[in-house]
Design a protein around this ligand. Structure first.
Ligand SMILES: Cc1ncc(COP(=O)(O)O)c(C=O)c1O
Length: 394
């Protein structure tokens, strides 16, 4: 049966990780896969997460099944974290999913069931898995203009001109904050304009918020999402605890549906549970149990918030240090965009040839398309990055 299969295409980011691992050079530098690293180059377990895990290990008295929607205390706590202060909290229904990836899939399947023939609009460029997941759900995917490679900012006029054409058959997939891969986020004015247009034109916004707390803090990063939730009758949200709780491998996320009424949202939740049943049945418990512990204990919540703020501030500092180092070494301000971007990533505009040279000649690993993981850099490696970039003509 299998001899007739084509060789599968390699995942561009995961295969880069393997190539990096196999590179024997001591001074190699990984700017590829999206994980946060501290100054020592490690991706540590957060202290609040470790404490919650220890308490669970001591107190949990069963490993019996939880349920199709996962851990309901987690669902409630995470929904409040995202929608706190908005009346939409009372019209929201949530299922726990295996990461935001699982949430994207469940929500994509829900769209395909509720509105067969719907088109999902994603940014150009977008998170590498948006298109494959939506297409796997049988949905048509189209792109809206997003990134201006010259200014390294969002081309908001072009984006909004496309959004102005959308109607009731369209779903608009937005990055809630810390756009992956570009690092360029839309302005507050654009969030307002999108809410106005969705209200008038009837398209459905779908917000993927995988980095809450990494850009402008927990509240700042949810501001655009909360505005849509306040203004619109319906909204879809995919969220993740991979980055802000450092729970990457525990596969912890949630799919949230806001409906015109709680009854409508609950109906959508029931369908997502049915779809989950036929997919993985139940999400893994450990990460969600940890998050529920942290968010339902005041002192653990405070500890987690402090740790998360520390990570966010360090990313901002790294971005500023990069700009200073590039200014000093290149005598130009053409790398200042690093400081205006938010979250882990920046798109640098490097060509494929430059990316290949970085890897071969300097042991610097950058994803195709030129995305750099600033949050994976340590302070002591900034000079190496700057030197290598200038050597390949960036
Ligand atoms: C925009 C976006 N959505 C979803 C995900 C998937 O996150 P998770 O690890 O929670 O599945 C990522 C991870 O890189 C992402 O950048």
């Amino acid at each position: 049966m299998f001899e007739q299969l084509d060789p599968p295409a390699e995942d561009p980011i995961l295969s880069l990780t393997v190539a990096y691992r196999d590179d024997p050079r001591d001074d190699k530098l990984d700017l590829g896969i999206g994980v946060y690293r501290n100054a020592a180059g490690a991706t540590p377990v957060m202290a609040a997460v470790r404490e919650a895990a220890l308490r669970i290990a001591e107190e949990q008295d069963s490993k019996s099944y939880v349920g199709l929607a996962g851990n309901e205390a987690f669902n409630q706590a995470l929904t409040s974290l995202l929608l706190s202060g908005t009346p939409a909290l009372d019209r929201a229904a949530t299922i726990q999913t295996p990461g935001a990836s699982g949430a994207l899939r469940m929500l994509g399947e829900l769209i395909a069931y509720a509105r067969p023939g719907a088109r999902v609009w994603i940014s150009r460029p977008s998170y590498v898995n948006h298109q494959p997941v939506m297409e796997a759900c049988g949905l048509e995917v189209r792109e809206y203009p997003y990134f201006d490679p010259d200014s390294k900012r969002v081309d908001e006029a072009a984006m909004l001109a496309q959004v102005a054409e959308l109607g009731p058959e369209d779903v608009l997939l937005l990055h809630g904050c810390c756009h992956n891969p570009t690092g360029a986020d839309i302005s507050w004015e654009s969030w307002q304009a999108i809410a106005d247009m969705a209200e008038r034109q009837g398209f459905l916004p779908f917000v993927d918020l995988a980095y809450q707390g990494f850009g402008d803090g927990l509240e700042g990063d949810a501001r655009g999402l909360r505005h849509l939730a306040e203004r619109l009758p319906e909204l879809l949200i995919a969220t993740s605890c991979s980055k802000n709780f450092g729970l990457y491998r525990e596969r912890t996320g949630a799919a949230i549906v806001i409906g015109e009424s709680l009854a409508h949202a609950q109906r959508a939740k029931g369908h997502m549970q049915r779809i989950a049943r036929a997919t993985y049945t139940m999400p893994p418990d450990h990460g969600a149990a940890i998050v529920a512990r942290v968010l339902n204990d005041d002192s653990l919540t405070q500890q987690w918030r402090d740790e998360l703020d520390g990570m966010q501030q360090r990313i901002v500092r790294l971005r500023q240090q990069l700009v200073t180092a590039f200014r000093d070494a290149s005598d130009s301000d053409r790398f200042d965009y690093f400081a205006s971007h938010r979250g882990m990533f920046s798109v640098t505009g490097l060509s494929n040839e430059q990316i290949a040279h970085l890897r071969q000649d300097h042991g610097v690993y950058v994803v195709g398309g030129g995305r750099v993981n600033v949050a994976g850099l340590s302070e002591s490696r900034i000079d190496k990055l700057v030197e290598a970039f200038l050597a390949v003509g960036a």
